[in-house]
Design a protein around this ligand. Structure first.
Ligand SMILES: [Zn+2]
Length: 624
């Protein structure tokens, strides 16, 4: 049965509040201004331009019976010991997403050309293959067929296919490629036909193996094509072994592979958004709450060796160099912004902001532009970054996307309101009402941000909702120099409802304080924050040299660059310690303990900046 998207959406909205929720601005309505996020975006652009589409297309062409035009890349794309994971081609999918996002974020035509080139190539492969499928596995369709037939199969073929689906979706959504939607629709049709003979039980058995966000992307296909059969298929691809307990408020996550679960839950929320299904919605919210409130480190990252562990065991995992997989944070942010759109509470953005600075911005090497896999909580360890052409991890792929979309969550809008969720220098154009908002700030180095209003045809009546972060009890808002007295709403925003005129100015001051947070389950182990910024101890550069934090093989994280680094213990109780940590007047967001470090004091600086230093995140506190 073919129904229109409007009908799907109307049906999904029917039992809910009539007021439409906020929606994101199109990425091309937001432009970053000077600051660390723009710097990261520029480095990502350079990396994307350094990669050659023909090399990523090698195996796709080979499987379609076409002559490859360039040699295949290394790492997860072709080399041992990774052939058995069957991630061949995942990079092309991520790249297509990243280039599409980057085109929307910057207008850089070189990105659009690459998107169009890759889509045309995939289309040629699809035409040559004749069955609708495009894939880059060394044994072609064999593992997908094994999985569908219920036979043993090698690796994670559906995980990899999801990246190609998502890349095509993003090429359509962010780079206006109609051809991408054609290729995507045929891929989805291949999927629907292939799994049609499977019983629900057989399909659920297949879903025990990591399959990315297949349910999400099939729901997206339903939304993009208006064909509700794909929404039904998205439900079939929803893993009941996770959905059922989460929807019932039970936490089954101990011991589960973290980044296998998060994309499934993103899919649950997507299906809930399109269908109105409360069971899927409850599962997504409960999952978010469980992970954010009970299973995350201070940076917003989670997990050890890619797995969730019992929350009582945090202290035991602190010494690991394989904590906090960057993909996990990437996907938690995707889920967070989806949940916020349905329930615009500042609480979601308290997590988003924290994970964005301390997990995502922290994940990119400011020198090489390469990105992290794990971010180690091991005291005295360092960040490790991928190689340009020999790694191609999952986190390389999500990493390409991370720094291409910083503009996607700073601002949201509804017909008569605009939300400012993040304090990132940027300009947003609100086309519908003819308003441009320019945010200038050096936050977090200074606790203030300025918003300048430009309006073509004043006055314009609208409400600007400024997020009041949980870490900031004393936020003040001034409009044209005068204090705006509105109280903070229950959702955590200060609303400024007025008739706006060209040249109006808003000043938001966000006083930050130093505070400590305990490690979950260990009140004598603490981390320090200043506002949303996690502070780490600077422990020197022992054993570090130019370029030696770049590794090919993520499995060697923790075994290289080991060093015997002395980690000070802090003497005293927490309130006393906070009084003995002094701000460095000469360096932004930098502090020093004064007489409480044993055997020595330590300098604390933003974790996201310590790319080439040994660091420590959590401190053992001992009675003084
Ligand atoms: Zn990863």
């Amino acid at each position: 049965m073919l129904v229109t998207l409007a009908a799907i959406v109307a049906a999904s909205r029917a039992p809910r509040a009539a007021t439409p929720g906020p929606v994101p601005f199109a990425l091309n309505d937001v432009r970053l201004l000077d600051g660390p996020f723009l710097d990261a975006q520029k480095r990502d652009t350079a990396y994307l331009l350094s990669l050659q589409p023909d090399r990523m297309l090698h195996n796709f062409r080979a499987n379609a019976g076409l002559e490859p035009t360039a040699p295949v890349y290394g790492g997860w794309e072709s080399e041992e010991p990774w052939v058995g994971i069957r991630c061949h081609g995942h990079t092309l999918g991520h790249y297509l997403s990243a280039a599409s996002l980057m085109y929307a974020s910057t207008g850089d035509e070189r990105m659009k050309q690459r998107v169009d080139y890759i889509v045309a190539e995939l289309r040629a492969c699809q035409t040559a293959a004749r069955n609708g499928l495009v894939c880059a596995f060394p044994d072609g369709v064999a593992q997908l067929e094994n999985a569908i037939a219920g036979r043993p199969f090698v690796g994670v073929p559906w995980y990899t296919k999801h990246k190609v689906f998502a890349g095509l979706r993003d090429a359509n959504q962010y780079a206006a490629s109609s051809s991408a939607l054609d290729v995507l629709t045929q891929l989805a049709a291949w999927t629907a036909a292939s799994v049609a003979p499977m019983s629900g039980e057989q399909l659920q058995r297949m879903l025990r193996t990591e399959h990315g966000g297949m349910n999400e992307v099939l729901a997206d296909v339903a939304a993009l094509t208006g064909d509700s059969a794909y929404l039904e298929l998205a439900r079939r691809f929803s893993h009941e072994a996770l959905l059922t307990p989460l929807a019932e408020g039970r936490d089954p996550l101990d011991g589960l592979h973290a980044n296998t679960q998060i994309p499934k839950v993103i899919g649950f929320q997507r299906i809930a958004g399109l269908s109105g299904d409360e069971r899927y919605r409850r599962a997504a919210r409960f999952f978010w709450q469980t992970v954010v409130e009970g299973r995350s480190f201070v940076t917003g990252g989670h997990g050890d060796n890619e797995h969730f562990f019992p929350p009582a065991d945090f202290a035991r995992h602190l010494g690991s160099a394989k904590t906090m997989e960057t993909c996990g944070t990437h996907n938690m942010l995707r889920l967070t912004r989806m949940l916020w759109q349905e329930e615009p509470s500042a609480t979601y953005f308290d997590y988003f902001e924290r994970a964005l600075y301390n997990g995502i911005l922290a994940s990119q090497d400011p020198e090489s532009g390469m990105m992290t896999y794990f971010q180690a909580t091991r005291p005295g360890y360092v960040r490790l970054f991928h190689t340009p052409e020999r790694s191609f991890w999952c986190c390389t792929g999500t990493g390409m996307e991370n720094h291409a979309k910083y503009g996607d969550s700073i601002y949201f809008k509804s017909p008569a309101a605009l939300w400012v969720n993040l304090f990132i220098p940027s300009v947003v154009t609100w086309t519908e009402i003819g308003m441009t908002l320019r945010q200038t700030t050096s936050f977090p180095e200074t606790p203030v941000t300025h918003l300048a209003v430009s309006i073509a045809r004043p006055p314009v009546r609208a409400t600007l909702h400024i997020r009041r972060p949980a870490w900031c009890s004393q936020m003040t808002v001034r409009v044209n120099g005068r204090r705006w007295a509105a109280a903070v709403s229950a959702a955590g925003y200060v609303g400024i409802d007025r008739a706006w005129r060209d040249g109006d100015r808003i000043e938001v001051t966000l006083p930050m304080t130093l505070r400590a947070e305990p490690l979950p389950g260990a009140s004598d182990v603490i981390a320090f924050l200043y506002g949303p910024i996690v502070l780490a101890g600077r422990l020197g550069q022992q054993g570090l040299a130019a370029g030696n934090q770049i590794i090919v093989n993520e499995r060697e994280s923790g075994s290289m660059l080991k060093a015997d680094v002395e980690i000070p213990v802090l003497a005293g109780d927490v309130p006393g310690l906070l009084k003995r940590i002094r701000r460095d007047p000469h360096a932004p967001v930098t502090f020093r303990t004064a007489g409480v470090g044993r055997p020595r004091d330590v300098e604390l600086a933003p974790y996201y900046r310590l790319a080439h230093e040994r660091y420590n995140l959590y401190w053992k506190v001992a009675p003084g």
